[in-house]
Design a protein around this ligand. Structure first.
Ligand SMILES: Nc1nc2c(ncn2[C@@H]2O[C@H](COP(=O)(O)OP(=O)(O)OP(=O)(O)O)[C@@H](O)[C@H]2O)c(=O)[nH]1
Ligand SMILES: [Mg+2]
Length: 355
């Protein structure tokens, strides 16, 4: 009996166990189905997301590729344009080089213009001549040979040609080098007179005379003229104006004109009136010639003198006949005073180029 009881209990338990196992199996089956379903769902979702991402990536890639294409096209167009420009520039350069080569191979149509540094030329000329422009007013007596430059300097200094301190004077070409003279007895201590060799000779050519002698270096230029100012004297004066130098013409040896008139029987005697008329005539002729040849020089004064008469004036002696010695002396004194800022009645003589 007990055994029967035992077996039925056992069976019961067994049945319960089997049922529980079945239940467990069912639950496990359901769970695994659920998990499978979730897996499938997850995969689906993942695939959808991945698909979308892939599509987006492709779209972006396509867009980037299009942009890169566009940029490449732009770059190519830019490169082509640069190449074209380079070719054009090269062609222009080659043409310019050829033009330049042809230009430099040909002799210049006109002389090459080199602007002259006037101030530097003056400085150099002063250095070369050893000219002291700080402490002295320097007159240069220049002009054609035998116009009486040395005789004029002697006369201004009150000397005659035989005086040991006089400048050499003669009928042959006499002054060969530039010489400096001062006033005797300490008169006008700040004035120096420079005797310049005559131009138009074999040794001193007229064309290069102004530059060769460094005439621009002087404070004032006294140009002695032959009869009336000719091309030579006009060219010197034009140069002087270029260097802004005060300049005056002097026609010396006027006494010889009068002597000749006497010898030729044009006049019977020498009077002051005859001399004045002669000077007037010469002055008018000179003015006409200057007006015709170089009107810009019309303001330059021209003094008509005779060296012997001038020497007499300087020495304070009496002379029977005068030319324009006093006027010339006044010019010299006024110019040198003006340079030292000494105010003088009547100012500076006409023609000192300081308009
Ligand atoms: N009658 C007269 N003779 C003069 C006068 N000036 C100069 N002479 C004479 O003319 C000649 C030449 O004079 P110079 O003073 O040597 O002339 P220059 O211009 O200095 O001559 P170079 O230095 O050689 O260029 C000399 O025989 C002088 O005596 C003048 O005003 N009247
Ligand atoms: Mg001389």
């Amino acid at each position: 009996m007990d055994d029967v009881k035992y077996f039925s209990l056992h069976d019961q338990k067994e049945a319960q166990l089997t049922a529980a196992q079945e239940q467990l199996r069912q639950i496990s089956l359901q769970s695994s189905q659920q998990i499978d379903q979730m897996n499938r769902n997850f995969k689906e979702t993942l695939n959808t997301v991945l698909d979308q991402a892939e599509q987006e990536r492709k779209q972006r890639q396509k867009m980037y590729e299009m942009q890169v294409d566009q940029m490449q096209q732009n770059l190519e167009a830019e490169r082509n344009r640069a190449e074209l420009m380079q070719q054009t520039l090269m062609a222009q350069l080659v043409a310019a080089e050829e033009k330049f080569r042809q230009y430099v191979e040909k002799p210049p149509e006109r002389p090459i213009y080199k602007p002259e540094d006037l101030q530097q030329t003056i400085v150099n000329a002063r250095k070369e001549l050893g000219l002291d422009v700080e402490n002295f007013y320097n007159f240069a007596f220049a002009g054609h040979a035998k116009t009486g430059k040395s005789s004029l300097i002697n006369a201004i200094r009150g000397l005659n040609k035989n005086d040991p301190e006089a400048a050499a004077v003669g009928v042959m070409e006499t002054t060969m080098d530039i010489s400096m003279y001062t006033f005797p007895d300490g008169q006008y201590p700040h004035v120096r007179l420079y005797d310049i060799p005559g131009s138009g000779t074999m040794s001193h050519k007229a064309e290069s005379y102004f530059d060769d002698k460094g005439l621009c270096a002087f404070d004032c230029l006294i140009i002695l003229v032959q009869n009336t100012p000719g091309q030579e004297e006009i060219a010197f004066a034009q140069k002087a104006i270029k260097y802004q130098q005060p300049v005056a013409f002097v026609r010396s040896r006027c006494d010889q004109d009068i002597d000749n008139m006497l010898k030729d029987g044009d006049i019977d005697e020498v009077t002051q009136e005859i001399v004045y008329n002669h000077i007037k005539e010469l002055a008018e002729k000179t003015a006409i010639e200057i007006k015709a040849k170089a009107p810009e020089l019309y303001k330059i004064p021209c003094y008509f003198i005779a060296a012997p008469a001038l020497r007499q004036v300087v020495r304070g002696g009496r002379n029977l006949i005068y030319y324009q010695e006093t006027e010339l002396l006044e010019y010299i004194v006024l110019m040198s005073k003006h340079s030292r800022n000494i105010v003088v009645d009547g100012g500076v003589p006409n023609g000192n180029n300081e308009d």
